[in-house]
Every structure is written in C-alpha cells, then in structure tokens.
Design a protein around this ligand. Structure first.
Ligand code: HAM
Length: 411
C-alpha cells in the first residue's frame, strides 16, 4: 500500500477525469458502491480463485458480520443492481481502491485502483464490442500505443462445463507433470490451470483441448459478431484460447489489454468479459452482464515506460509576499481567489528573502509584494517570476488596481 503524493496525485485525478469523459460520452453513468461488503458478495467471484481463497481482506465487524474490503467492483455492482433494480440496459462506470493480499512487486500492490465499466441487462454482442472499444479508446486518450488486445470466449454455461470436464480429464492423465500449484487448481477448477505462468505447466497447457471445439452454435455466433465488430472499428486483436482470466464468473467473451513494457505476470493493464449468471447468483433475475476493469497503478507504469500522460502542472498563478504581518496577504489572497485566480501566500511573517524563495518554488507567474513602504503608500509591487514573463517588468501599482491588473496580466 502506498502514499500517492503530488504531482503523481494530480495525475491520478486526471486519469479518472479522462475515463469519466470517455465513459460519459458513451452514456455511462457513475456508480459509487461501498468499500466494504458482506463477504458472501465476493465469494461469488469463485471459490477456486486466488482472489477469494487467499487474497481477501476479511474480518468480523463489531456487529458480528463477516465482511471484506472489496477486491474488485463487478460483484458489488451486481449486488447494487439486485438491490435497486434499475432499468436495463444499466450502463455504469465506477472507480476506486481495491484490496487484494498479493505479493507486492512492480505493477502489483495490495491496495490498487481501478476504473471500471459494466453493462447489465443486454445480451447483444455489440455491447461486448462497445465495451472493448471504450477501453481501447481510453488507452488512446492517455496516449498509450503499446497495448495489445487479446480476446477469447468461454462459451455458454453448458459449453464451458463440457470444456472444463475435458480439461479435467486432460490434466488428470498427466497429473504428475503439473506443478504442485496447478495440481491443486486442476482439482478445483481445471480452467484455472490455463492461467498458470509456471514453466513446468506450459507443455500440458499447449496440448490441452481448445474451447473452440466445444462451442454451441449460439456461442460461436456471438463470438464471431464480436470479432466482426472489432474489425469494423479497425481495433486490432489476437485470439488467445488460453485467456480464461483470474475470476470464475466469466461466460462467453473474455478479453485483456496487455502492456508491452511490463513483466508477463503483471502485463494485464485491464481485462474483463461477460459474466451472465453473476446477478442471478446474488439473488437477482437472470441478467446478462459484461464489463471491464483497468488497473490505474499499472497503466500509469506503462505510461511512464512510454513517456506519455505526464502529471499535469498544478501551479498557482500568484504568490503573495507580505512582510508587514500577514494581514495584507489575507485580504489580497481573498480578493484574488474570489475572481478565480489561483493564489498562495507565505505565513509566519518570514523574511523577504525566505518568502521570495517560497514564491519561486510555488511556480506562480507573479509575486505580489507588500512591504512597509507599499503599505504606507497604499500600493503593491507586482514582480514577474517566470522566464517567459521577463517582458513584463516589475511595477508598482495602487493596491486598488490589483484586481484589474491581474485579470489583464493572466488573461
Ligand atoms: P482483474 O483482471 O482481476 O479483473 O483486474 C483488472 C485489472 O486490475 C488488472 O488487469 C490489473 O491492471 C489491475 N489489478 C488487478 N490486481 C492488481 C494488483 N494487485 N495490483 C495492481 N493492479 C491490479 C477484475 O477486477 C474484474 N472485476 C474486471 C471485470 C469487470 N470483469 C467484468 N467486469
């Protein structure tokens, strides 16, 4: 878990603002769900997943309820859907911190942020296309170029069940050649083994049956339309038959955006898919769903690697230097802030030299200076601070003219 200080904090806010703009422009509205839910909500993510079995921050609260910090947003948003029954299609976006007790490393943290999109109540493959395209468009908006889109389908529930059975048989036959970790997952959910990055498992994964051979006609048609839709939008993608994702609720379309500059264990900048059945498992009516989450921490690392989306500059416009006690600075900052000028000031009646140093550090374009001479004369000194302001020379103006002077100078 990390502290995010300036200027990085401004970058985080800008990231969410860009996401809000991209999602809002496609008709998505923001949902804010709690950080803490009944543990049962998150158990629907799947009892064969690391997220549920090893990584949950769960505890008994003072009322004796077994609760957990959210490890992701999808289950919470489905719980909210069941509770509020909004009209469908329900198109929402969300953001915030998630918590998973993972082994921290570059691109992997125990508290990390996501931006997320979910569409509930629409079965249409063009929704999958819209969702995947929005993520793609968002990466473009950040300026990221080295992102590769991988897609797959896990079929309808029946297809998936038959496929999982075939995988079980496949892995059982050569059980001893699997890594101990994959031996354990193959017992619980053989699909998860396809997600293993361990060298020892790769041969058996490469020879595993393919989902394509288990797809019903409907599932194959759905997947074909998704591919055609992406092609018509000129969004490049690769089909990766082993893309099963780390959560158990996926049905039909799955996808991941992978960054080129991160280690393969952390290269998923974002991912998602369809999770028809999740709403039902939380007590709601049968409701199809599709969405994605993009990892903010990890995507910003990719931005650093590509040298794009720098932290925005959040300097003030004016810094007030007052060596007469600070009351003048109080009045001047208030009057400038009232007209929308960004103003900072010094405190503790420091020396002129120390206040001027603070003014330089602030990044302000102008210092407004009040010393005892100016106070007596009812004037202020306006001094340009930045190199690009050198054509504006330092001037002394009546205190009463400061507002109109600054409005003109900063225009
Ligand atoms: P996920 O693949 O578990 O999916 O997480 C989505 C993204 O969150 C990852 O691609 C990664 O960028 C980021 N992420 C996950 N764990 C960490 C971590 N420990 N540290 C840093 N970043 C991390 C979901 O969460 C699903 N809810 C996505 C979804 C939405 N599916 C359907 N709708």
């Amino acid at each position: 878990m990390r502290d995010i200080l300036a200027p990085e904090s401004a970058r985080w806010r800008a990231f969410v603002e860009v996401f809000a703009r991209v999602a809002g422009a496609a008709g998505y509205q923001q949902v804010m769900s709690p950080l803490l839910e009944d543990l049962g909500v998150f158990q629907r993510i799947g009892d064969a997943t690391d997220v549920v079995t090893k990584e949950m921050y769960d505890f008994i609260d003072k009322g004796g309820r077994h609760v957990a910090l959210r490890p992701e947003l999808t289950a919470s948003i489905c719980r909210a859907f069941v509770q509020h029954r909004p009209t469908t299609p329900w198109k929402v976006w969300s953001t915030g911190s998630q918590f998973r007790y993972e082994r921290p490393q570059r691109g992997r943290f125990r508290q990390f942020d996501q931006v997320d999109i979910e569409v509930l109540g629409a079965d249409d493959p063009y929704v999958d296309v819209e969702v995947i395209a929005l993520g793609w468009e968002f990466y473009r908006a950040l300026g990221l170029r080295q992102v590769a889109l991988q897609i797959n389908t896990l079929g309808e529930p029946d297809d998936r069940a038959r496929y999982v059975e075939a995988l079980r048989v496949h892995f059982q036959a050569k059980f001893d050649s699997l890594s101990p970790e994959s031996q354990a997952t193959s017992q619980k959910n053989p699909l998860r083994v396809l997600d293993s990055k361990r060298a020892q498992d790769q041969a058996l994964i490469a020879s595993a049956p393919l989902i394509a051979d288990f797809l019903s006609r409907d599932a194959a048609a759905h997947f074909a339309t998704v591919q055609a839709g992406l092609e018509s939008l000129a969004i490049p993608f690769t089909i990766d038959p082993s893309l099963v994702r780390g959560l158990d609720y996926y049905r039909r379309t799955t996808f991941e955006y992978q960054g080129a500059t991160l280690d393969s264990a952390q290269n998923a900048l974002g991912g998602g898919g369809r999770y028809d059945g999740l709403v039902e498992s939380l007590g709601g009516p049968p409701t199809p769903g599709v969405g994605f989450a993009l990892g903010l921490d990890r995507t910003l690392i990719a931005c650093d690697d590509e040298g794009v989306f720098p932290a925005p500059v959040v300097d003030v416009d004016v810094f007030v230097v007052d060596t007469t006690g600070g009351e003048e600075a109080l009045a001047i900052t208030a009057s400038l802030r009232a007209i929308g000028v960004r103003v900072d000031r010094a405190f503790d009646n420091r020396s002129m030299k120390s206040q001027m140093k603070a003014a330089d550090r602030s990044g302000a374009q102008f210092a407004v200076i009040v010393g005892s001479d100016e106070l007596a004369a009812g004037s202020v000194v306006v001094r340009p601070l930045r190199a690009e302001r050198t054509e504006d020379s330092q001037t002394t103006i009546p205190r009463l003219d400061l507002i109109s002077y600054m409005q003109k100078a900063l225009r």
